[in-house]
Design a protein around this ligand. Structure first.
Ligand code: UD1
Ligand code: UDP
Length: 351
């Protein structure tokens, strides 16, 4: 089979690494990078560390308003799909690259397979929610990471082509955790002691593009009694500067550039708690037995909250501060994200 995989943003590189490896054992894969993320620490580092093959195409789309960015992707992807005529287009997650890929393929009657299908936050102010809903409704094969995702699809009338394969991020984490232990020196480099620091990541528009929310989060982080390592997404840095909040970040908050996956795994696995608004990081915290404080009002990864390992605090100063001081993960965990064979299951279904 000829499969054309479309990726473009950081979490998609991480998700694609194990699946691409598996797919290439028996099939031809064409890799298309939209160029949505382009800084070397948001893109190249993942290809290098995770042995992802060089993309066959890099569209170099870059940043822009939603319509502009998605529209430019659509225009370019369509031309390449006509040229390549794949049997399947594989899209990941919920970014603008996902939406553009699914839309271009479906208009050409090329079958779409969606990895990480069925997730819903039920919050349409999130650009990702719109991308997820449309992508799922255009997809022929829907690879769900959880039972909750299958149920979400059923409620929207999507039952055909739906498979709970487990989450490819479990495969990625299992494959890379020991490699990270061997290769990452970030704890020593940053002079961090195991379980004596917190990790923070932040990039959702609801937090970064809102001065009040961003300011409240900065104040809460500065109030932490533990040091916080903060690999900062470029969007967050941009808005902290734009809103004049950059100088409010106190010494306790150690801002670093975005890190590669191996360093990120080491930072997370050895941290006391994680603060985030990322989807992927919430799951990784759960898999690594680290309590997670999610700076959002809702989550797609409801199991992490139900099992007692994740708490939703929004951008509320008091709630964040209370969780930093008092929230501990205590619940019993199931294998809600599967057992690390999602890539094999996805290949089986595709075949
Ligand atoms: C995107 C996805 C989001 C995903 C996130 C993963 C959409 C709508 N959003 O959000 O679902 O969780 O990626 O990280 O697709 N920038 C750089 N260098 C880069 C990339 C971005 O400086 O390499 C800056 C630019 O100022 C850009 C901003 O970050 O405008 C936002 O980038 P964009 O890709 O539009 O959205 P993300 O917030 O990264
Ligand atoms: N990540 C990383 N380096 C960083 C921050 C995050 O490797 O500096 C990884 C993280 O471990 C997870 C993925 O990137 O696997 C999550 O991506 P992100 O938070 O950008 O997007 P989301 O999951 O929210 O879509």
């Amino acid at each position: 089979m000829k499969i054309l995989s479309i990726i473009g943003a950081r979490p998609q590189f991480i998700k694609c690494a194990p699946l691409s490896r598996k797919l290439r054992q028996n099939h031809e894969e064409i890799l298309l990078h939209t160029g949505q993320h382009y800084d070397s620490n948001m893109s190249d580092v993942f290809f290098r560390e995770l042995d992802i093959p060089e993309p066959d195409y890099n569209l170099g789309i870059g940043s822009g308003l939603h319509g502009e960015q998605t529209g430019r992707m659509l225009f370019e992807i369509e031309k390449l799909l006509i040229k390549e005529q794949p049997d399947f287009v594989l899209v990941y997650g919920d970014t603008n690259s996902t939406l553009a890929g699914a839309l271009a393929a479906s208009k050409l009657n090329i079958k779409v397979a969606h990895v990480e299908a069925g997730l819903r936050s039920f919050d349409r102010t999130m650009p990702e929610e719109v991308n997820r809903i449309i992508t799922d409704h255009l997809s022929n094969l829907l690879f769900c990471p959880t039972d909750a995702a299958v149920i979400n699809l059923k409620k929207e009338g999507i039952t055909s082509g739906v498979y709970n394969t487990g989450d490819v991020m479990v495969d990625a984490l299992n494959y890379n955790l020991n490699i990270s232990k061997e290769k990452s020196s970030i704890l020593t480099d940053l002079k961090l002691e195991k379980k004596q620091y917190l990790v923070a990541t932040l990039h959702r528009p609801a937090n970064t593009n809102n001065c009040k929310n961003l300011s409240s989060i900065v104040d809460a982080l500065c109030n932490s009694r533990w040091p916080i390592v903060f690999p900062m997404h470029p969007r967050t840095k941009k808005y902290l500067k734009e809103y004049g909040l950059w100088n409010k970040l106190c010494e306790n908050v150690k801002v670093i550039s975005p890190v590669g996956y191996l360093d990120m795994l080491s930072l997370m696995a050895n941290s006391k708690k994680i603060l985030t608004d990322s989807g992927g990081v919430q799951k990784e915290a759960y898999m690594l037995d680290v309590p997670c404080i999610t700076m959002r009002e809702n989550t797609e990864w409801v199991e992490t909250v139900e099992d007692g390992w994740n708490v939703l605090v929004g951008a509320d100063y008091e709630a964040i501060t209370d969780a930093i001081d008092g929230f501990e993960g205590i619940g019993i965990k199931g294998s809600v994200f599967g057992c690390g064979n999602a890539c094999r299951k996805i290949c089986d279904v595709l075949e």
